[in-house]
Design a protein around this ligand. Structure first.
Ligand SMILES: Cc1cc2nc3c(=O)[nH]c(=O)nc-3n(C[C@H](O)[C@H](O)[C@H](O)COP(=O)(O)O)c2cc1C
Ligand code: SF4
Length: 678
């Protein structure tokens, strides 16, 4: 038997969990009409198969109609859910994983224009900044009906064969009653802590009445809101003791912070550049104060930290939730002694930022996640090896190289720079985004292991590439900044890349024309303020940086706001002229023939990239497919078989930003899909 603390079983009531890793609840927004169907099931089964001990399905499965599915939540208030959950549970059980579900009433953490357009309820009329719905204050009949709804949902889950449920009290309705800053009800549901917790105990009593004493029931809750008018740590300890001593709860799953704003959510679920495991010690304090089964997750991204959390006695079960979005096979790799091969979670929060918008949760560098039904994680041997030459070692090229090599092909990569990484290298020059490099270093190690040959500092032209005698040539050369966007003065501006790469010093008074709305614009602005400059960002969009999602915006705002950065929406720089030492920028608007001007010493243009495609077009007439891609075959994972030129001796493809400016996930997905079908 292994001595690894992570691989020790844990006894929770009558249930033996086979190791110490759990997936905490996370709504991936894969539900179809509110039901966890095939895609949802496949996602959990994949992780069960690889060894997870417990998967807490859903995230915020709604117990009531007026807990509207703001992020495509599972509708646990429908009887139909039982059949779907039973299928999911049965399949996960076959692979040895325990299955529970998080049940909730979202309270004000949703919208009235989702679901059935019912009014949102809470313990006050204050709206949650994140979801913006103004709630009605709970009435007696709301309390009665929601209490019963919890009982109904718990009973459904027991009927579906789940191992237990988790009642959610973190930023959702129950906690909206707990917290003095969101509860202005009168007694008996507002006022003292006794009264603010009364509804939770009503719910737990009803749940127990319906599922009996043997069924596992836990609570996920906030143990310290970390804001002056919220629940304090002392409150959290008291709440923990009360939950335990109620005798109705079997485990505590504790978090710290508040989730009513993007910034609060980011501190609770920290992203790249923020400290690892910031709330672990706090969770450990709860465990030692209560001596009760304690679960916790919060940027414990690697098995070494998880192991420490168990070995030091801080936790009984440790959540590695995003880590399992990035690599479903963590436990299989730990058990096989291949920890160094775990695909690292780089904390980009692409997954949760998308899910918070109700979009399917996807991992920035594992396109197979959420697409388990397509079997993208299974890379089959091609049978007949081909010689594959890839030009460009950015994310798209590296993924294509990895997958093509795993398929048994002879893979050669030419890269003009001295290191792999492409645009990711530029992104990672901002210290807080340095972890992005792991997207490349993990792929590089996997490529080397699979026998890929790399030529760095190799500016491959058509002659070099043709000299390789390839069967397939993949152009993954990326793009170059699109910085000729003005009617006048293109020669007077620099690009965001010039600033990020350090090729141009940031000015003292800088205007950033942000047409792309992506992270590069913000990172260029951060470089300006870091160098002591003043910055204004203009965008014709309605909002700041629309491609940078909620939590990802937080660290940038924390840098830019205190430095006095100005965000000007609805205006774009259309022309720049020089007057003495100054640049005069003319701003125009899509809303009318309005003009404004700014006098600055530097204008930075951030308009994404244009494809670096010269090599592709040089090779295109010589190729067998003339560059054409069979999109149906690509999407369905069938071999590419387009023949358009009988003289051609190789097939030619291009991927990533060499086709069109997109994001890292899109580039990697291009590489994976193409390499699977050559
Ligand atoms: C896509 C996504 C959706 C989430 N949704 C929920 C949710 O509905 N309920 C919840 O309690 N936590 C939710 N979480 C938070 C996770 O349970 C976990 O606390 C968080 O990801 C931090 O743990 P980690 O660093 O191991 O990922 C979500 C996380 C992700 C990534
Ligand atoms: S998107 Fe980023 S945070 Fe989410 S799982 Fe992938 S690497 Fe981790």
């Amino acid at each position: 038997m292994s001595r690894d603390p992570l691989l020790q079983p844990f006894k929770l009531k009558h249930l033996t969990l086979r190791n110490r890793l759990l997936l905490t609840a996370h709504e991936p927004a894969y539900a179809e009409n509110g039901m966890p169907k095939e895609r949802y099931r496949a996602y959990h089964v994949e992780r069960a198969r690889a060894g997870i001990a417990l998967t807490m399905t859903a995230g915020s499965a709604s117990v009531a109609r007026d807990s509207a599915p703001a992020f495509n939540n599972i509708l646990a208030w429908k009887d139909e859910v039982v059949g779907w959950m039973r299928k999911l549970v049965d399949e996960c059980h076959e692979h040895g994983a325990a299955v529970m579900i998080q049940l909730t009433h979202l309270g004000r953490r949703t919208r009235w224009d989702a679901g059935d357009w019912l009014p949102v309820v809470s313990a006050s009329e204050q709206r949650e900044p994140a979801h913006r719905a103004v709630p009605k204050r709970l009435e007696d009949w709301d309390i009665e009906r929601i209490t019963k709804d919890y009982g109904d949902a718990a009973e459904r889950m027991k009927a579906a064969g789940l191992d237990g449920i988790e009642i959610m009290a973190n930023g959702h309705l129950l906690d909206q009653l707990w917290s003095p800053r969101t509860n202005d009800l009168d007694a008996p549901y507002g006022g003292s802590l006794d009264d603010r917790m009364r509804f939770t105990f009503d719910v737990l009593t009803e749940v127990r009445r319906r599922v009996g004493p043997g069924f596992i029931v836990g609570v996920r809750y906030v143990g310290d809101e970390t804001v002056p008018d919220g629940l304090s740590k002392a409150d959290g300890l008291e709440i923990s003791r009360r939950l335990k001593s109620s005798g109705m709860v079997d485990f505590l799953n504790v978090v710290r912070g508040h989730i009513d704003t993007d910034a609060g959510l980011t501190d609770m679920i920290p992203l790249q550049g923020m400290p690892s495991a910031p709330h672990l010690d706090f969770a450990g304090e709860i465990r030692s104060a209560t001596d009760f089964p304690t679960f916790h997750a919060g940027r414990i991204p690697d098995v070494a930290t998880a192991r420490h959390a168990i070995a030091s006695g801080k936790l009984d079960m440790v959540g590695m939730t995003r880590a399992h979005l990035a690599d479903p096979e963590i436990l299989a790799k730990v058990i096989a002694g291949e920890e160094e091969r775990i695909r690292p979670c780089v904390g980009a929060n692409y997954c949760i930022d998308r899910a918070s918008k109700g979009q399917e949760a996807l991992c920035i560098h594992n396109p197979a996640t959420g697409r388990e039904t397509l079997g993208l994680n299974r890379i089959d041997h091609a049978g007949k090896p081909r010689r594959v030459v890839i030009v460009g070692a950015g994310p798209a090229g590296m993924e294509a190289a990895r997958v093509a090599a795993l398929r048994g092909h002879d893979v050669i990569v030419h890269e003009a720079a001295s290191d792999p990484g492409g645009q990711i290298r530029l992104t990672a020059r901002t210290e807080r985004r340095r972890e992005m490099l792991s997207i490349i270093s993990w792929r590089f190690d996997e490529c080397v292991r699979a026998g890929v040959t790399f030529h760095f500092n190799s500016l491959a032209d058509a002659e070099v590439v043709l000299g390789e005698g390839a069967d397939d040539i993949i152009i993954a050369t990326g793009g170059l900044p699109n910085d000729e966007v003005l009617t006048t003065g293109n020669g007077l501006v620099v690009s965001s890349w010039d600033i990020l790469a350090g090729d141009v010093e940031p000015g003292a008074n800088v205007l950033i024309e942000d047409g792309a709305g992506d992270a590069a614009g913000l990172q260029a602005a951060e470089a300006v303020v870091s160098a002591g400059g003043r910055v204004e960002i203009t965008t014709r969009d309605r909002t700041v940086s629309p491609e940078v999602m909620g939590m990802s915006l937080t660290p940038a705002m924390r840098k830019l706001q205190p430095a006095g950065a100005i965000f000007t929406v609805g205006w774009r720089v259309s022309a720049v002229t020089q007057e003495g030492n100054e640049l005069v920028a003319e701003l125009s608007s899509d809303y009318g023939d309005f003009k404004a001007t700014r006098r600055v010493d530097q204008v930075v243009v951030n308009h994404g990239t244009l494809p670096l495609d010269e090599l592709y077009f040089d090779l295109k007439p010589l190729s067998a497919n003339l560059g054409a891609v069979d999109y149906d075959a690509l999407v369905e994972g069938r071999p590419q078989a387009v023949e358009r030129n009988p003289e051609g001796r190789f097939r030619l493809f291009r991927i990533g930003d060499a086709v069109a400016s997109r994001d890292t996930h899109a580039a990697i997905y291009d590489g994976l899909r193409l390499a699977r079908c050559i």
